[in-house]
Design a protein around this ligand. Structure first.
Ligand SMILES: Nc1ncnc2c1ncn2[C@@H]1O[C@H](COP(=O)(O)OP(=O)(O)OP(=O)(O)O)[C@@H](O)[C@H]1O
Ligand SMILES: O=C(CO)[C@H](O)[C@H](O)COP(=O)(O)O
Length: 326
């Protein structure tokens, strides 16, 4: 029997699946959930950025002498209330933080969607927030990578100078270590990103990074959506250097499985992987890198994560439906 199209399954579900992504500003949170948004479809996904829940505007923070990384500088209780309301199908009036001038715009109505993605500095900070998440991810680039990305993003899109970005990163470091980094210990998956082993220019010019996906072991494998990837076939299509390693790694006192990816795959190879995911999840639109000749390790990690998240959705949904049947 055919499995139904994954999107139809999600849109037909009564529940709201909440994905929490934590990490520093500009660490790749939005980027690493791109594939799941693409697979599920924009109409079924809503994203909240936790910056909207800052308690103080930029001037107030300056006067108080605190960074936005201090948990009390954010209204995490209001956020938890809003997630609960959205999970119950209610619309909330969401605050809006305006990055262009560092003040708040008037709140806007925010409707629930089948998949809710929360991205921010403190997504995994309180036990209450963690209890509301169905899947959690911590994005953890090396300091060198973080600096590269943050300078690029904050200069191009937020109007800061290079010196301002560097000074702000330096000022935030102690709070990052104190409040943000410890959340890594609670994540279902941690993405570590370092410069590519294939040379700095690969990272700077072609966005090639060495990406490690650290994960808790799956409690239950999907039955209907088993992903069988013929890696041998994919590697035969390789034209540029590409590395794939599996292993175990200790992080924050946890023993996690580690999948290391580095380099680039020809798009023909990744299209094969995308087609497999598309076929086995019955979602036709895994078309993320259609116009590209090469796909980077980071982009492949996005696809693997999307599969992992769909896996979790499927397991939870099966448990809910078994519970409903008594
Ligand atoms: N995997 C990646 N490969 C290459 N560049 C990346 C990657 N992830 C992030 N970047 C770079 O870093 C910038 C910030 O990424 P992204 O918007 O995903 O971060 P973020 O954590 O969601 O940021 P914020 O929450 O502060 O808005 C991107 O515009 C891009 O330049
Ligand atoms: O991205 C951020 C946190 O995720 C910013 O650091 C925070 O929103 C404050 O921004 P700004 O002072 O530039 O208005």
């Amino acid at each position: 029997m055919d499995t139904p199209v994954f999107r139809d399954l999600i849109s037909g579900s009564n529940s709201v699946f909440v994905i929490g992504v934590a990490g520093d500003s500009g660490s790749g949170k939005t980027t690493f959930t791109r594939a799941i948004r693409e697979i599920v479809g924009a109409d079924l996904v809503a994203t909240i950025t936790l910056d909207d829940y800052h308690r103080y505007d930029r001037k107030e923070r300056k006067d108080l002498g605190i960074t936005p990384l201090v948990p009390e500088a954010n209204n995490l209780d209001l956020l938890a209330d809003h997630i609960r309301a959205l999970k119950s199908g209610n619309t909330v009036m969401k605050p809006v933080y305006n990055h262009s001038d560092g003040t708040f715009d008037p709140p806007i109505p925010f409707r629930p969607a089948r998949v809710l993605i929360l991205e921010g500095l403190h997504t995994l900070f309180t036990p209450e927030l963690r209890s509301l998440l169905d899947f959690s991810l911590f994005v953890d680039p090396d300091p060198a990578v973080k600096t590269l990305w943050k300078i690029r993003r904050d200069m191009q899109r937020r109007g800061y100078s290079r010196a301002e970005v560097l000074a702000e990163m330096e000022e935030r470091k102690p709070d990052y270590e104190r409040y943000i980094a410890p959340q890594r210990a609670y994540a279902d998956a941690v993405i570590r990103i370092a410069c590519s082993g294939y040379g700095e220019e690969a990272s700077e010019e072609r966005n090639v990074y060495r990406v490690t996906i650290l994960q808790k072991k799956l409690l239950q494998q999907m039955v209907e959506i088993g992903l069988s990837i013929d890696l041998g076939e994919i590697f035969r299509l390789c034209e540029r250097p590409f590395l794939l390693e599996f292993g175990l790694s200790s992080l924050d006192g946890r023993e996690l499985s580690a999948l290391v990816l580095d380099g680039e795959l020809a798009a023909s190879a990744i299209r094969r992987l995308a087609r497999t995911i598309g076929r086995e999840t019955r979602s036709e639109a895994v078309n993320l890198f259609a116009d590209r000749q090469y796909v980077t390790a980071g982009e492949i990690a996005e696809l693997i994560l999307a599969w992992r998240i769909l896996n979790r959705w499927h397991v939870l949904e099966a448990a809910r439906s078994a519970h409903a049947k008594g």
